[in-house]
Write a protein that binds this ligand. Structure first.
Ligand SMILES: [Zn+2]
Ligand SMILES: [Zn+2]
Length: 154
């Protein structure tokens, strides 16, 4: 979400799966070991209230099983298992229509259960029922959209 933000990474392989097991995702290269949260209106609708993710290089991610990819904006997609509905990733798209990187949902991966929260986007837009405590980085809607003007592209 913010490529300039320093973050701990690990090269150990990770494997995750959706609720029904039809989709498995393996991460074999560089990825974060911390979690970002987004409270934007699109993420609230898609996730049911709060979207969580961790970043992985496109070349590091292998997906097995059928996936439905929804083009949620001009520059990004959201993917889910067509059988059980588990959310798999958000991805900014390159010119060829493939993700330039993955923001994978941590709940798929047992290894992610104890990773810390790194940041909150749209922190001022959080639902009243979803308030995240702690000293992590926070950006308001105005701050995030000023730094990322493409998010308002129609
Ligand atoms: Zn599934
Ligand atoms: Zn969002």
């Amino acid at each position: 979400m913010n490529p300039t933000h320093p973050r701990p990474t690990r090269l150990a392989a990770l494997t995750g799966r959706c609720l029904c097991g039809a989709v498995t995702i393996t991460v074999t290269g560089e990825h974060e070991e911390q979690v970002g949260a987004c409270h934007c209106r699109m993420c609230q609708r898609w996730s049911g209230g709060l979207f969580l993710c961790f970043e992985a290089e496109a070349s590091a991610v292998t997906v097995n099983g059928e996936v439905t990819r929804y083009r949620s904006s001009s520059f990004a997609e959201r993917a889910f298992c067509p059988r059980c509905g588990s959310h798999l990733w958000f991805g900014d798209l390159a010119q060829d229509g493939e993700p330039r990187g993955y923001e994978l949902t941590p709940g798929l991966f047992d290894a992610a259960r104890h990773w810390p929260l790194r940041s909150e986007l749209y922190a001022d837009r959080a639902m009243d029922s979803v308030r995240l405590a702690g000293e992590h980085r926070r950006q308001t809607q105005a701050e995030y959209e000023a730094a990322n003007p493409f998010v308002n592209r129609p």
